[in-house]
Ligand binder design. Sequence first.
Ligand code: GAF
Length: 381
Amino acid sequence: MNFELIQNIKAAFQLNFNEQPIVVFAPGRINIIGEHTDYNEGFVLPAAIDKGIVAAISKSDTQTCTILALDLNESYQFHIDKVSAIPNGNWRNYIIGVVGEIKKRGLEIAPFNLVFGGDIPNGAGLSSSAALENSVVFGFNELFDLGLTKTEMTLISQQAEHNYVGVRCGIMDQYTSMFGVENHALLLDCRTQEATPVHIDFKSYELLLINTNVSHSLVDAAYNERRQVCEKVASLLQVQALRDATEADLHKIKENLSEADYQKALYIIQENNRVQKAAQLIRENNLEELGELLFAAHSGAQHQFKISCDELDFLVNKAKENPQIIGARMMGGGFGGCTINLIKKDALEQFTRDISRAYLEAFNHHCSFYFVKLSQGTHLI
Ligand code: GAF
């Protein structure tokens, strides 16, 4: 828990509104394995982390809602009855979206004051947006006594992203940020939205995240396009979602598909199988084989689903060359953000030093390193 962040948010709230707010922490997430399987109603294996968003919220005694984004030093005011997506509204749409989605369900929200900030960098693929949505919906639920369950709040956050941000994301990020369990990953069945916590003992290994510090443009468009391809192939296969198809099923309709679409669908089917295998390997404490699955997942993301980029491939290739790293892959939606690496603890110092230098030389800008703990989901503080 980042106490300095909490203090800063509380202090900024006092300074601007001079009231006692409720304060919520919503975590970001990592994903051990399972990318783009969530909207195919398949499995994912993410975990909430000890970095996230802190939001302080109180009722306002005017008709205006005032929001302060502390890290960006930006603010926004709007009338509670005028809620619609803002073109290029950026962080504003995550919050407006949650307000809009709550109202859509016939629930009443009164004007509010909100200050938020966080310690997850934007664009790192650690789901700062889901954390923001969850912190806000969770805060509103407390403040206005809305009686929403955690599952309902998760869906409100996801719908805010679909309808106000324009990304047709799956359920993984919002679910994980809401339901995370300390020291566990969640084996989440995205169809039933039921998760089994899987305890992870990293033994002599450490989880290292390396941020490429790039977020290539058109990410949202490319994401929605991938989803469309998956839905098209599922409909050709006459199944509800690609989760219901096997490699053999897909092979039967190969002639009706372009090679690119065939490979994308094949990736999803294989990735879904990898997730289930990964959960089993973690339970058996077999991190070495888990590492191999991570490398295989990256290869699929790079060559079949085509969501990687030069910077991510560079970091994963460097990891592969190093025998002290047993697995690595790109993490999240793709086209930038972080890689996740399973590395021997005593190799950390040397590797991070070497990779810093090599990355700078190759791309002329720095990469960053993060270490995270697997943590509990959204809660009051
Ligand atoms: C993004 C989305 F928000 C998730 O739903 C998921 O699809 C992920 O990309 C890829 O696995 O984070």
